[in-house]
Design a protein around this ligand. Structure first.
Ligand SMILES: [Zn+2]
Length: 139
């Protein structure tokens, strides 16, 4: 996959907390805008913990459809590109709901602390002032 097309699609990424549609646990839904989506238990660390129901679902799909290829999302689990998409997804979700993109709000959306946000994601975002509020944007 070319980097350019990957970057262009970050606008379609989405990340938000939801309930697992199998077991009802609080999980984080992420889709990368390519049709791949995944449920994470937590977005606080690298590598992220993929939710077990989703893993089971994926195993079943794989045995049902012989020719299925592994989702891009799983092959990129430890990459900065995935971090980028997760952060982009959270930012888009907050913006579309009219929230200010403060570090606190973004961390809340990801279900992590501001400290974890700074530790895990600092290399892919910077801060800028808009409307008197310091806000997060992707580098
Ligand atoms: Zn579940």
């Amino acid at each position: 996959m070319k980097i350019a097309s990957f970057a262009a699609k970050t606008e379609d990424a989405q990340t938000y907390p939801t309930k697992c549609w199998w077991c009802g646990a609080l999980v984080y839904y992420h889709t990368n805008g390519y049709g791949d989506s995944v449920l994470f238990d937590s977005l606080g660390g690298c590598p992220w913990q993929v939710h077990s129901c989703w893993q089971n679902y994926w195993k079943q799909e794989k045995s049902r459809r012989q020719s299925i290829t592994e989702p891009v999302i799983l092959r990129s689990l430890e990459s900065d590109q995935l971090k980028r998409l997760i952060l982009a997804g959270a930012i888009h979700k907050l913006s579309s709901n009219g929230f200010k993109l403060t570090e606190e709000q973004v961390a809340l959306q990801l279900g992590i602390s501001v400290g974890q946000l700074r530790q895990e994601y600092h290399q892919i975002y910077d801060l800028y002032m808009q409307g008197g509020v310091v806000q997060v944007r992707l580098k």
